[in-house]
Design a protein around this ligand. Structure first.
Ligand code: NAD
Length: 497
């Protein structure tokens, strides 16, 4: 039976008054499995109002009690993560093992946020001036908005809400309308963990809902993840409305393979990072830059590993699942057509894939394209599909120049056995997250995740200490307790004594 996914307010489902819905599909079968409510402006306002009403009490809830709830949430998530992974696979299409990986990377942030008492410890200076003490405290902002993309329906919201909630904020999540159910499962888990009403809320919708979250005066900060044009719009709109914003955008991640690299390791890495999650990862490698005369051998090794991959239903042990929608599959496919027409060499052609289930799913097999040049759309655009382009260059400097000239700067990697070359790369490359013989260098939760250039608007990356700073504001308090009486009249600006 198709289900209707509603909003979630005050620890219960909220149908809202909006009359429009969007279909939810299983990308492996093409079947419509449900529909999701698209919030009208009034619905979004009601959700935000609940978050605003819950803020004063949650802000004043002791750190010990907040952490108790977080630990319970972590335990529930850990013991029931398979349920969440199944929901992700059913609506996103990624294979189950990959969905489980997504959940565990999100769980890491919950674990990080359990350390909030330590993270919020301020500084204290005794006797800054005679008998004057100065200290700083970090306070929550209020209700915050989290707007997330389709490709990590559990992990991306979890980059933000554990830290936001631990720090004393209340939250309104606006998930992608393509895979909305993961956030509802998470909402129920929070309820079971004992989170008070109104602290974690979900509003489903499209631009109408997003625009209200971006401009509603009750919302104090926005964490957005999605494509670069929308990230740019979100940053401009919400900062103009006076909010603090971190807006993470798209990517075009390059991996350089130097002539001295272990080519088997590099080929494994290209396949894993190029085709994992059908390339629908912001940290996917989409451009492999082969330096020098290793290119033929490297392409052969990548092709040999790509051909046996099984594309199919993610619940049945396939290596790679479908793309998220038929429209997206068609778009990715058209890039492969354009690459072929422009003269690139299609080494492995995913357009002819035979999936392990019916043909109604949104299929495109792993595709390897060689001799790609920088003027081809397959190189210039973010494709967000299982398409790995190989660009051949002669030198490290040419490879570096390609990356630094790219408008995006999310992730990158270098494959080499030369420590000096790797060190030079980490110093010179203009990208936020760098891997050395590591293809998908997603930082651990206690570091911060974020790209440079058109991959991030704002100055705070996600989670880690930057996440804690983003979701708090600092207050510096200067205090003097008189002993035994007043300090006398002095109209001058305070000076140290
Ligand atoms: P998207 O930009 O289409 O949507 C992201 C969110 O914005 C969704 O919740 C969507 O409902 C909303 N939205 C879409 N169009 C909007 C509009 N015109 N106005 C207001 N809101 C709008 O992105 P997507 O297709 O869901 O996700 C894929 C993109 O996300 C890729 O570009 C990928 O690189 C990027 N991404 C980036 C990171 C990162 O860390 N930098 C992580 C994951 C995904």
């Amino acid at each position: 039976m198709p289900t209707t996914v509603t909003h979630w307010v005050n620890n219960k489902p909220y149908p809202g008054a909006g009359e429009t819905t969007a279909p939810v599909t299983n990308p492996a079968t093409g079947a419509v499995t449900g529909e999701v409510a698209l919030a009208a402006v009034e619905d979004t306002r009601a959700v935000i109002a609940a978050a605003a009403a819950a803020f004063p009490a949650w802000r004043d809830t002791s750190l010990a009690k907040r952490v108790e709830v977080l630990f319970r949430f972590r335990e529930l998530l850990n013991s029931r993560r398979h349920e969440l992974a199944e929901i992700i696979t059913a609506e996103h299409g990624k294979v189950l093992s990959d969905a489980l990986g997504e959940v565990s990377r999100g769980q890491e942030v919950v674990e990080f946020a359990c350390g909030i008492p330590h993270l919020l410890r301020g500084g204290y200076t005794e006797n800054a001036s005679t008998k004057v003490d100065v200290f700083s405290i970090q306070q929550p902002l209020g209700p915050v908005g989290i707007i997330s993309p389709f490709n990590f329906p559990a992990m991306v919201p979890m980059w933000f809400f554990p830290v936001a909630i631990a720090a004393g904020n209340t939250v309104v999540v606006k998930p992608s309308e393509k895979d909305p159910s993961a956030s509802m499962w998470i909402a129920e888990l929070w309820k079971e963990a004992g989170l008070p009403d109104g602290v974690f809320n979900v509003v489903h919708g499209d631009k109408t809902a997003v625009d209200e979250v971006l401009t509603n005066p009750a919302i104090k900060a926005i964490s957005f993840v999605g494509s670069t044009p929308v990230a740019r719009y979100v940053y401009a709109t919400a900062t103009a409305a006076g909010k603090r914003v971190q807006a993470l955008g798209g990517a075009k991640n390059h991996a350089i393979v130097l002539p001295d690299a272990d080519l088997d390791l590099a080929a494994d890495a290209m396949v894993n990072a190029g085709f994992g999650s059908a390339g629908e990862r912001c940290m996917a490698i989409s451009a492999c830059v082969a330096v020098g005369d290793i290119a033929d051998e490297l392409v052969t090794k990548i092709a040999d590993r790509t051909r046996p991959l099984i594309t199919g239903d993610g619940t049945r042990g396939a290596d790679m699942g479908p793309l998220v929608t038929s429209a997206h599959r068609d778009r990715v496919r058209s890039y492969v057509d354009a690459g072929a027409a422009a003269g690139a060499t299609i080494v492995v052609d995913g357009r002819t894939v035979t999936p392990d289930v019916g043909a109604d799913g949104f299929w495109l097999g792993p595709t390897l394209i060689d001799n790609v040049t920088t003027d081809m759309s397959i190189y210039t655009d973010e494709i967000f599909g299982p398409v790995l382009s190989v660009v051949r260059v002669d030198t490290y400097d040419q490879a570096l120049e390609l990356i630094n000239a790219n408008p995006y700067g999310n992730g990158t990697a270098i494959f080499t056995n030369d420590g000096g070359a790797a060190r030079r790369f980490q110093n010179e490359v203009e990208v936020g997250m760098v891997g050395i013989n590591v293809p998908i260098p997603v930082p651990m939760a206690y570091y911060s995740f974020g790209g440079w250039k058109a991959s991030l608007f704002g100055d705070s990356h996600a989670h880690g200490t930057q996440g804690v700073q983003f979701f708090t504001r600092t207050k510096a308090v200067t205090s003097r307790w008189l002993d035994p009486s007043h300090g006398g009249i002095n109209l001058g600006f305070p000076q140290n004594t």
